[in-house]
Design a protein around this ligand. Structure first.
Ligand code: KIV
Ligand code: NA
Length: 266
């Protein structure tokens, strides 16, 4: 299948074809999602809370992101691989952002990177965009700032906050961003941003009118103990995996597995 690349993002928006994105953190799931036709795989820093058992995304390191990105990029035949710049690896300066992004592309094989923040990130976005590194923005609930927000709350409620978010989105676009993730913002605001921008919006808890949608794969597959209100379980993979593991344990204990057919001759 023909690879989905950065120019296809804008083409999808113009054609009114919703962009599909899922997180992936390893080669096993990346291969499955790629074959299922997902346009873009996001190696999210949500690897921290979803895979590594951390309480948030904050402890995730660039080295960890490089390993996960390499695994996903190696398995994705069609999907555009986007890697998150983790907390503390890009905020201080454009040069810092560039050094991190180069690692994710060179060592990780990412096709684009994503960073959180609006007007205060334009220098980073401009430098990356002009040096061959496509940047996806991320506005609304930006989990790396949860200590500032005081939790995972809807962002952009009220006209002042809405104006600020819209200005952030326009600033990212002007700086060269190729798409913007909108997380947990009121539907009408996401619609407004989507209409004002030439680049696509990719929503998560951002209503029904964004140009694309993204979900954390464990939420999408019914793997998580808890899932946010904006998510939907499209399968019960957690229950299926639990049943498989239970059956294996039972079969070994009862000497039903392995059988003669699994046994090597002399
Ligand atoms: O890390 C992540 O999973 C994300 C998505 C929620 C957009 O940034
Ligand atoms: Na993220």
């Amino acid at each position: 299948p023909k690879r989905y690349r950065v120019p296809h993002l804008r083409a999808s928006k113009e054609a009114g074809r919703p962009i599909t994105m899922l997180t992936a953190y390893d080669a096993v799931t990346a291969r499955i999602f790629d074959a299922a036709g997902v346009d873009s795989l996001l190696v999210g820093d949500s690897i921290g809370n979803n895979m590594l058992g951390y309480p948030s995304t904050l402890p995730v390191t660039v080295d960890q992101m490089v390993v996960a990105t390499r695994a996903v990029a190696g398995a994705a035949a069609r999907a555009l691989v986007v890697a998150d710049l983790p907390f503390g690896s890009y905020e201080a300066s454009a040069a810092q952002a560039h050094a991190t992004a180069v690692r994710l592309m060179k060592e990780g094989g990412a096709g684009a990177v994503k960073l959180e923040g609006g007007q205060h990130m334009v220098e980073q976005v401009r430098l990356l965009s002009t040096t061959g590194i496509p940047v996806v923005g991320h506005l609304g609930l930006t989990p790396q700032s949860e200590n500032v927000f005081g939790g995972m709350k809807v962002q952009g409620r009220g006209e002042a906050a809405a104006q600020k978010l819209l200005a952030d989105a326009l600033a990212l676009e002007a700086a060269g961003a190729v798409a913007i993730v909108l997380e947990m913002v009121p539907g009408p605001l996401a619609t407004r941003v989507t209409k004002e921008l030439a680049i696509p919006t990719i929503g998560i808890g951002a209503g029904v009118e964004c140009d694309g949608q993204v979900l954390v794969w464990t939420d999408m597959a019914g793997m998580a103990d808890w899932a946010p209100k904006f998510s939907r379980a499209f399968g019960q993979v957690g229950a299926a995996l639990s049943a498989a593991a239970g059956d294996y344990v039972g079969a070994v204990r009862e000497r039903i597995f392995p059988g003669p057919e699994h046994t090597f001759d002399e």
